[in-house]
Every structure is written in C-alpha cells, then in structure tokens.
Design a protein around this ligand. Structure first.
Ligand code: DUC
Ligand code: ZN
Ligand code: ZN
Length: 474
C-alpha cells in the first residue's frame, strides 16, 4: 500500500497516444501510480484527493515559445515579467514555459543568461527553461560559449533572418547550425527575408502608406516562403534537424513537407494568431490595428484553413503562443511615438500565453478537428520531446513530474482581457467564445490553481534544464 500525497480520482486521462479512465497517485512531486481505485487501496494518512470526474486529466501545457522581459529596443518595455507571464501561463493550463534569453551585441551569452536567471529566480508560478537568441555569432561564442552552454542544458538556440541588429546572414546561420550539429542542440529559425521586407517598407513609406495594415503588406507570404526554403536548405547542407517557428501559411508548410520528403528532420510550429486572426485585423481605427502587429503577420481565411490542415494532419508538431506582449495604450508599448508615425516602429508581438490552450481546445477538440491525444501532443508532449525535457515533462506516466492540468469541457467563457492575468492591457482574442477551460492546475504535485482560484505561490515554479539531443536522461 502506498502513502500518496495526492490522488486525482475518477478523471479521464489523455496522453499523446491514449485516452483512459484511471486515478493518478502522486508522491514527492512525481506520478507513482496510475490505476483503478487508488483511494480505496491507499494507505490511510494525510492524502489530498481531487475529484476529477467529468473532467479531463492532461499533462500541463508546455509553451515553448514565449517572450518575457526581453529587451525590445529603446523606450519599449515588454508587458510581462516572470511573475505576470508565468501567472498568466498557469491560468491557461501551462506548467512550463520556455522564454528567450537575448545575447546582447558584442556581449557574452553567459552574462545575458545570468541576468535572465536573476529575473526568473523566485518569481515563477510555472517551471521555466530558456532558449538562447544568437544575435552576434562571434568565434568565441560559436567555438566555446555555445558548446559549454549546450552541455549545461541550454540546448536550443534561436536565430532570426529578419530585424536590423538581430538577423544573421546565411554564413552565420550555417555556422550556428554546425554548432548545433556537433553539440546536439536544436536551432529555431524565424524565417522572413529581411532585404525584401526593407524594399517593401521603403516603397510603402514613399507612398505615405504608414498605418499598421502596411505591416502585413510589407511581410507577404513570399517573404516567409523564401526564407523558410532557405533555412531548410541550410539545415540540409549542414545535415542537422531544425525547428521552423511561427509558420503562418500553406506555402511555408509546403516547403516543410518538401524538405521532409528530402529526408530533412524538421519540427514545424504554428500559433493561435494564424488560426484566429487575419491581416484585416490590422485595419483598426485610431491605430488599433497595432494590437495585431506580429511577425509573420496574420494572413487570410484561406491561410487559416491551411494552418488548421497542418494541425490536423501532423505537419505541425508544436502549437505555441509566441506570447510577446506589449501594452497597447502605452507610449512604451504599441503606441510608442515613433510607431504612431510609421508601422515599422510598432513593437512586434502580441500576448496569448493564457489563451493558447483554451483556443486550441475549444476550436480544435470541441469542434471535432482534432482528438484529445493530438491536443496533448501539440500542447505539451512534442514540446518536451523537441527540447530535451521528455519524459520528465509533457506526459502522464509513472516517474514523470506531476505537472497536470484538469480541464472541464462543460465550462463556457468569453475571452475578456479583464479576466486574464498577463501584464498587457488587451487581448487580440477579445470576445471569442470558448468551450472548455483548465480549472485545476498542478505543478510538481502542488496544486497551483484549484477550481479556477490561484492557491500556489510565486516561486513555486523553478528553472529546469533541458538535454541536448542524444544526451541520456540521468
Ligand atoms: N518573432 C517572434 O518569434 N516573436 C515575436 C516577434 C517576432 O518577430
Ligand atoms: Zn520570431
Ligand atoms: Zn517569438
């Protein structure tokens, strides 16, 4: 007989492969038993019991693409720090997020990482792990820092093909991919052709076309398709797996499918904005379109359907929020004075860490587009597998961390920013009707949200290191 700390009783469990009814027994923050009648067979004692009948017991969400407290240019401040960002994530059914640590130009990555750890330390409501944004691939970074960091569990790098001061050229991307190949790290790529964007921006500004809508017209599908093809080709040349992040349309998806057919290992990611928003949302009055400025931009209804097809068929492995929050009514956010003069200065990114999973559950599972195992794969399991956290994270199995979200499919809610918990002042998904919400969230065996109420504490979440590909779990 086992003395459990916590038993989740009578729920329907889903993993990325199965759905079954069983109880979950937890000891010391881990799942130790999955079976029938655990309460009846448990050793008497001080055990907490959660009745999950009528609800789904799912792995806590892992959002592997989130921006928190990231330096975003002069006079611009991100709306979330680790406290508000992880709190919001938790309310959205997540038990782990993976934000980005940005290397300063001419700066060592370690220094940026130490500063980032300091921001997170003691402030998190979920577990966190970090990706490293490579902005300055010096010889020292490539030959010494990144290999050492990958060995220390910082095993995913992000590179940008766009943005002044951030983008890498092809030679630099090749070198970074090569480090990933030798260290087993994973490279995430933001695919947009910077030269083409600059050309289009200049053309729009000359024509006086400077409102937020021009953000979408200067970053058309072709810009993303070309860069996606190029990134995949560079990975093919180096012979290393690659993650194509925030894919927004069918043409970029076709590039991924063709690359896979050539034998390239590609992980594809899409996000809620490409299922729920279109470029028309950038048309808002009084600069309100700025609320929807993100890159790549939302496309059209046909592209939304293509992205749904990728979700349904398995072309996409990851569904992430790309939460990158700026306040709207704020001169340090979307209404920065320079941004009011031209769309190209509007901070890029939208909030969504809390609404990612409710949107996928409601629009995907409840509307019959995907089943629960696919929801689990897209929301947690594949993130853990891609970034070296599986099987401790991302599944419900004996020995796994007891990171669990209990979903009530009968709850209906309308998304209102006033009800969310991030630091922004709007939601791009305001007014969308949702069916199903995570009502109880458990992190490492500790109940953090109970029937919709926060009962966990800041600091209950902690940094978790990942493993490079091929490294063994200890
Ligand atoms: N890319 C991201 O991944 N997030 C926000 C902004 C961007 O361009
Ligand atoms: Zn990006
Ligand atoms: Zn992002």
């Amino acid at each position: 007989m086992t003395q459990f700390d916590l038993i989740i009783q009578g729920g329907t469990i889903a993993t990325a492969s199965d759905i079954f009814k069983a109880d979950v027994g937890i000891v010391g923050g881990r799942i130790v038993q999955i079976g029938e009648n655990l309460v009846e067979n448990a050793q008497a004692g001080d055990v907490q019991i959660i009745d999950a009948s009528g609800r789904y017991v799912l792995p806590g969400g892992i959002d592997s693409h989130v921006h928190i407290s990231q330096p975003s240019g002069e006079g611009i401040v991100m709306a979330d720090d680790f406290e508000s960002g992880t709190r919001s994530a938790l309310f959205g059914g997540n038990t782990m997020i993976m934000p980005f640590c940005l290397q300063e130009k001419n700066g060592p990555m370690r220094a940026a990482l130490n500063a980032y750890h300091e921001l997170a330390e003691g402030n998190c409501y979920t577990d966190v792990s970090f990706h490293l944004i490579v902005s300055d691939p010096t010889d020292t970074l490539l030959s010494q820092e990144l290999p050492a960091l990958a060995a220390d569990g910082y095993a995913s790098f992000k590179v940008f093909m766009t943005y002044e001061g951030l983008r890498l050229n092809d030679a630099e991307i090749l070198k970074t991919l090569d480090v990933a190949r030798s260290t087993g790290a994973t490279v995430m790529v933001h695919c947009e052709n910077e030269e083409a964007i600059r050309f289009l921006i200049a053309r729009h500004e000359v024509a006086g076309d400077v409102a937020p809508r021009a953000h979408a017209s200067t970053r058309p599908v072709a810009v993303e398709r070309e860069a996606t093809h190029r990134a995949l080709t560079l990975a093919e040349i180096v012979d290393v797996p690659i993650v194509i992040v925030h894919v927004s349309n069918g043409e970029a998806m076709d590039e991924i499918a063709r690359a896979r057919a050539r034998g390239i290992k590609v992980v594809g990611e899409t996000c809620p904005q490409y299922l729920m928003l279109t470029a028309d949302d950038l048309d808002g009055m009084d600069w309100e379109g700025a609320k929807f400025v993100c890159s790549p931009p939302p496309r059209d209804k046909a592209a939304q359907e293509e992205c749904w097809r990728g979700i349904e068929t398995g072309l996409f492995d990851l569904f992430s929020s790309d939460h990158c929050p700026f306040r709207y009514d704020d001169e340090r956010g979307k209404r920065t004075p320079k941004g009011l003069e031209s769309f190209r200065h509007i901070p890029n990114g939208i909030p969504g860490v809390e609404t990612r999973l409710p949107i996928l559950f409601s629009e995907g599972v409840m509307k019959g587009r995907i089943d629960l195992p696919r929801f689990v794969a897209l929301s947690a399991t594949n993130h853990a597998k891609t970034y070296g956290l599986y099987p401790e994270k991302g599944t419900i199995a004996i020995g796994a961390d007891a990171d669990i979200a209990i979903w009530d499919p009968s709850v209906t809610r309308t998304i209102r920013h006033a009800d969310l918990h991030d630091g922004a002042d709007y939601s791009p998904y305001e007014g969308i009707e949702i069916t199903g919400w995570p009502t109880t969230v458990i992190l490492g065996g500790r109940v953090m949200i109970s029937d919709g109420k926060l009962v966990g504490k800041k600091g209950d979440g902690a940094y978790r290191s990942a493993r490079a590909r091929g490294a063994k779990s200890v």
